[in-house]
Design a binder for this molecule. Structure first.
Ligand code: SAM
Length: 285
């Protein structure tokens, strides 16, 4: 498998890079399985045409990369998690898609990728989770062709819908992050986005924002979906570990079950369907 130049060959699932370790800890493919329909719907709004060169940053196992490739784009998916890159490459092999491949890389430093090489850089709930957001904005701008676009999907801090609330509840049970670290949720604040892309040379008038909805669909109860997050979603796994040490795992479980119940819109007791609001950012480079 190809790696970006900055991905060290000794990077392993036990890496000391906490950002990488967090996403390799669980198995995000289990959560991504609930995201397929919305992933496809989002990509259909991106105006993808045959042959468009697309980079999907923080692509996971291809929730957005795969539908982009199905629309005929030439897609490179880059993700920091080794297991998700493998899962993505397996998915495209099974689907017989030859215009999509996945490789390891870090959104804060894409030095293996040439400047001005993509028509569209997509990052739906991906690059927002990388540290050093200013570096991430610079790298996204650097690899985009002049006249190309960057489209990000970012969760919004304090939004009342699912993911912002999962992350808020999870962080209330987890030890505070190291001093100086910047919350991923700050990517959901328009003024921060403008500042970060501004520092990367993009004036505010070339950045637009929209509130959009992404729905999680699960073939089971809301409590069953909480279990998936508890077992497979790195940030929730960490929260349960910390809550367990403090004797508070039951409280966390209850808070999450209440949230998932409240947000569930399915009238079928055997399925769960939860919409979540996100900030869609479009940057014209
Ligand atoms: C919430 S998941 C979303 C995955 C995918 N975009 C999707 O919608 O299914 C966040 C993804 O960002 C990736 N990620 C986190 N930090 C990263 C970084 N510094 N560089 C590249 N990818 C990163 C994680 O490995 C994970 O796959």
């Amino acid at each position: 498998m190809k790696r970006l130049a900055n991905a060290k060959p000794d990077d392993s699932p036990h890496s000391m890079n906490p950002n990488k370790a967090l996403w390799e800890k669980g198995d995000f493919t289990r959560i991504a399985a609930t995201m397929r329909e919305s992933g496809e719907a989002v990509v259909h709004r991106f105006g993808i045409t045959k042959g468009l060169k697309v980079l999907d940053l923080g692509c996971g196992d291809g929730t957005t990369a795969v539908p982009a490739a199905k629309l005929g784009a030439e897609v490179l998916g880059v993700d920091i998690a080794h297991n998700l890159v493998e899962a993505g490459n397996q998915r495209v092999a099974e689907l017989g898609l030859t215009n999509c491949r996945f490789q390891e890389g870090d959104a804060t430093n894409l030095e293996g990728l040439p400047s001005q090489s993509f028509d569209l850089v997509v990052s739906v709930f991906g690059a927002m989770f990388a540290p050093k957001p200013a570096d991430v904005a610079k790298e996204m701008v650097r690899v985009t062709k002049p006249g190309g676009r960057i489209i990000m999907g970012n969760w919004i801090p304090n939004d009342p819908t699912l993911v912002a609330q999962i992350l808020k509840i999870s962080s209330s049970y987890t030890p505070p992050p190291p001093e100086g670290s910047i919350s991923p949720m700050t990517w959901g604040i328009e003024s921060n986005v403008i500042e970060r892309f501004g520092a990367a040379g993009i004036p505010a008038e070339r950045i637009s924002f929209a509130r959009e909805t992404f729905t999680f669909d699960f073939p089971g109860s809301p409590a069953g979906l909480v279990d998936e997050f508890r077992k497979y979603y790195g940030p929730t796994m960490n929260a349960f570990e910390a809550a367990g040490k403090a004797g508070k795992a039951t409280d966390l479980q209850k808070e999450l079950e209440d949230l998932f119940q409240k947000e569930n819109r399915s009238s079928n007791p055997n399925t769960t369907s939860i919409p979540a609001t996100f900030l869609q950012v479009t940057v014209n480079v």
